[in-house]
Design a protein around this ligand. Structure first.
Ligand code: 8DG
Ligand code: MG
Ligand code: MG
Length: 143
């Protein structure tokens, strides 16, 4: 059994608001959780990693982009017992900037995402991934 996949334990995720001016990088998910909704890049914290290391690794794995100026923004505790696969995520939200402002995102995990693009904060696409929509609706701003 992969660690945490089907065991009922809280899992730690690190998710990145990659900012370019007033825009953020979003991709449409291909996943049993939040399929076809727009979400930030990110994934599971691996054993021994810092939040910064995890953010850098996940963004690189998913988009090919190198990031810098990492800062911790906030943490959420999301419990979803109602789902077919119940889950509990402690999610660490970071913000970051592109190391090279001209770099273009690549879709390096096409089985998990339809592709990445920049979206203006004032004009976010729909539907957003549930946890992200909740954050935005609460008035949260990553800038
Ligand atoms: P990995 O195998 O690469 O480690 O994991 P992943 O496949 O990239 O995981 P993920 O689902 O992209 O992210 C892990 C969890 O983070 C996700 O299931 C729930 C939580 N999460 C939020 N908000 C967001 C978000 O906007 N984007 C992403 N990717 N995950 C988010 O709470
Ligand atoms: Mg991911
Ligand atoms: Mg990932």
């Amino acid at each position: 059994m992969e660690n945490g996949e089907s065991e009922l334990v809280p899992r730690v995720a690190v998710v990145v608001y990659l900012l370019k001016g007033r825009s953020v990088l979003l991709g449409r998910r291909r996943s049993s959780m939040g399929d076809s909704t727009f979400a930030l890049p990110g994934g599971h914290l691996e054993f021994g990693e810092s939040f910064e290391e995890c953010a850098v690794r996940e963004v690189k794995e998913e988009t090919g982009l190198d990031i810098e100026k990492l800062e911790l923004l906030t943490v959420t505790n999301n419990v979803h017992l109602e789902q077919p696969k119940p889950c509990h995520y402690v999610t660490i939200f970071m913000r970051a900037a592109l190391a090279d402002a001209e770099a273009k995102p690549q879709n390096l995990e096409p089985n998990k995402c339809d592709g990445w693009d920049w979206y203006e904060w004032e004009n976010l696409p729909k539907p957003l991934f549930g946890p992200l929509e909740k954050m935005v609706k609460s008035g949260f701003e990553p800038f």
